[in-house]
Design a protein around this ligand. Structure first.
Ligand code: GDP
Length: 381
């Protein structure tokens, strides 16, 4: 780690290293105008030691001699540097190509166990570590620590009612090493990594305070990566409540965060343990929804009924969109491929309508679903 690691600088560096640890490729951006600095040399040395796949990107090269620059930064010992100008966009196409090329070589993370992998995410202080500790100390749950996939991550294996759950990155959640654990960048980097590895995500909110933009940003990670999710309102012990409070809170959350409207919500207290034991059952339920498979016939039929009920609007090009057939192309999340006469003729609102119809007919509670529209090319003759 570069020297002078104090205060904010140390924090930023710690976050940078965490990001590096959890990434597949590092772009080391250096300043072409100022030339090689001692910090560049130090970082390059550490990246080499860590054996990290890296590309040196020399920025601000507009008015400079590129060949000389490339020659100079070659001394960092990290292969051929790439000159760019972020300001004018020069060299960025080539950079993207290089990035794609390099990522193509990265092997996917190998998971060592068949257990159901669960990530617990939420903004700082919602009670992630308390909940994980509570889960690990529940009666009837046997716990076993396993090395995770990154340097300092440890997963915990939980045996519960005949099922195995792997809580991802429990070390990162439980051991607060420094104040940086409370900084958003840190927690987002960690959450991204955990979500990627998960089959099921527990999205934690603090029930005792209003939801914030930060809650929504973190929740979106799970949805965007198509993961089965359970919304967990924690700190339920702090909430003054009557018989309608949970219903109202759930309704408000679904209005504020529409993409979570199909995810089950549960109201727990990591402090008292209230309802924490329901979490494994909920995880199983959302996972089984996300692994469900529909047959081609029932899927096509359901979509045709939806189309009969509400015809798709005629497109600008004068086409009446129609669905020839549909089949499920993958699970986790359930993804359906629709063979149509013209995929581009379907408006977004209509695709959302079809998704609503599928949910009404088949459920899929707790998992995102995806539709892929393809155009069937008609053969001439
Ligand atoms: P994290 O940053 O998301 O891991 O949150 P922590 O687990 O460190 O919890 C943050 C604070 O909230 C701590 O002071 C916990 O004791 C407290 N806390 C966590 N869960 C609950 C809960 O269910 N009820 C109450 N009253 N406090 C809680």
């Amino acid at each position: 780690m570069p020297t002078a690691a104090v205060g904010m600088e140390a924090l930023v560096k710690e976050q940078a290293w965490l990001a590096i640890d959890t990434s597949s490729l590092v772009l080391l951006v250096v300043d072409g105008e100022s030339g090689i600095t001692p910090l560049d040399v130090e970082i390059a040395k550490l990246l080499r030691e860590k054996n990290k796949h890296s590309i040196v990107v020399v920025n601000k090269v507009d008015n400079l001699d590129r060949e000389m620059l490339v020659h100079e930064f070659y001394r960092l010992g990290m292969g051929q540097p790439l000159p760019v100008s972020a300001l004018h966009g020069t060299g960025t196409g080539e950079l993207l190509e290089k990035v794609e090329e390099s990522l193509g070589e990265t092997p996917p993370v190998e998971e060592s166990s068949d257990a159901i992998r669960v990530a617990v995410i939420g903004k700082p202080n919602v009670g992630k570590s308390s909940l994980v500790n509570r889960l690990l100390h529940q009666k009837r749950m046997l716990v076993d620590e396993q090395p995770g996939t990154t340097r300092d991550s440890v997963d915990s294996l939980l045996h519960c009612d005949g099922h195995e759950f792997m809580l991802i990155d429990t070390a990162g959640l439980r051991r607060k090493r420094s104040v940086s654990d409370k900084v958003e960048v840190y927690c987002v980097v960690r959450a991204v990594r955990s979500v990627e590895r998960a089959n099921v995500v527990f999205v934690l909110f603090d029930a005792s305070v209003p939801l914030t933009a930060q809650d929504i940003r973190i929740a979106a990670l799970a949805y965007r990566s198509g993961k089965a999710s359970v919304v967990v309102f924690n700190k339920w012990d702090l909430v003054k409540k009557d018989s309608r409070t949970s219903i109202e809170l759930e309704k408000l959350m679904k209005e504020q965060i529409p993409f979570l409207q199909h995810m089950p919500a549960v109201f727990v207290s990591a402090l008292t343990g209230q309802r924490v034991s329901e979490l494994p059952r909920l995880a199983l339920s959302v996972l089984s929804e996300s692994r469900r498979e529909l047959g081609e016939e029932e899927l096509t039929r359901a979509l045709q009924i939806a189309v009969e009920k509400k015809k798709p609007p005629v497109s600008r090009s004068g086409h009446t969109p129609s669905i020839k057939r549909a089949f499920q192309s993958s699970v986790e999340p359930p993804t359906f491929t629709l063979m149509t006469n013209d995929a581009r003729a379907f408006r977004k609102a209509y695709i959302l309508y079809l998704m609503r119809c599928l949910r009404q007919r088949f459920g899929f509670d707790g998992t995102p679903i995806r539709l892929k529209l393809r155009t069937v090319i008609r053969k001439r003759g």
